[in-house]
Design a protein around this ligand. Structure first.
Ligand SMILES: *[C@@H]1O[C@H](CO)[C@@H](O)[C@H](O)[C@H]1NC(C)=O
Ligand SMILES: [Ca+2]
Ligand SMILES: [Ca+2]
Length: 210
């Protein structure tokens, strides 16, 4: 028969295992985004060994559960600029902008909406020989700019980690939380019941069990 001390220890043990599982699952969720790495406030994946046309680049990013990079602010652009100034001033990289649907209207393939932030290189976008896809590169070893270029050109892809949308995270989180609460309640109820049934063994709790 379990005495009160044993039961308490088992209960605590289960509780510790259970809560640490929940905590580490949350940590994993935040940190384990391989192969995406944090650059500024976002997570990106750039496979330096691969060059591809813009269409292949969108598919490549999607195959990793991401999208071509969607730059939303000067801060995000500056973070990428610093990254490339430190590492790769030579290469060209596809991002999500394009005016494929309507010439001159640059849209984000990631959001389906007009580009929020642009920093065009002098004289661009110029649609020179029909350029419909947006690349970034470091110009004159100094600063990162955007340029419209021909979508068939081979460039590296800047893929961006796709954060779960509010809709997806609610769908995902609610059953999980109910489940967690439910398990904790069952454990707590079992514990309370055992404590109730155990009024007579209060004496034992103060004694070593072995
Ligand atoms: C990058 O591309 C190469 C060539 O396809 C591939 O072997 C490698 O696994 C890729 N890197 C990652 C992190 O997926
Ligand atoms: Ca164009
Ligand atoms: Ca151009």
């Amino acid at each position: 028969m379990l005495n009160f001390v044993n039961f308490s220890l088992i209960f605590l043990h289960i509780l510790i295992i259970f809560t640490s599982d929940v905590a580490s699952a949350e940590n994993e969720n935040k940190n384990n985004r391989y192969p995406f790495i944090q650059i500024g406030s976002k997570y990106y994946f750039i496979n330096a060994t691969l060059k591809m046309n813009w269409f292949a680049a969108t598919e490549y990013c999607r195959s990793y559960g991401g999208d071509l990079a969607h730059i939303e602010s000067p801060e995000e652009f500056q973070a990428l600029e610093k990254y490339f100034l430190d590492r790769d001033k030579e290469s060209y990289f596809w991002i999500d902008g394009n005016d494929l649907a309507s010439e001159g209207k640059f849209m984000s393939h990631t959001t389906g909406r007009p580009l929020i932030y642009t920093k065009w290189y002098n004289g661009n976008p110029d649609n020179f020989n029909n350029e419909d896809c947006v690349e970034v590169t470091v110009y004159h070893q100094k600063a990162l700019y955007m340029n419209d270029n021909q979508c068939e050109r081979e460039r590296q892809a800047i893929c961006q980690y796709r954060e779960p949308t509010m809709h997806e995270s609610v769908k995902f989180a609610v059953p999980l939380n109910q489940n967690e609460n439910c398990m904790l309640r069952i454990l707590a109820e079992a514990f309370a019941q055992a404590a109730d049934n155990c009024n007579s063994c209060t004496q034992h709790t103060l004694q070593p069990t072995s």
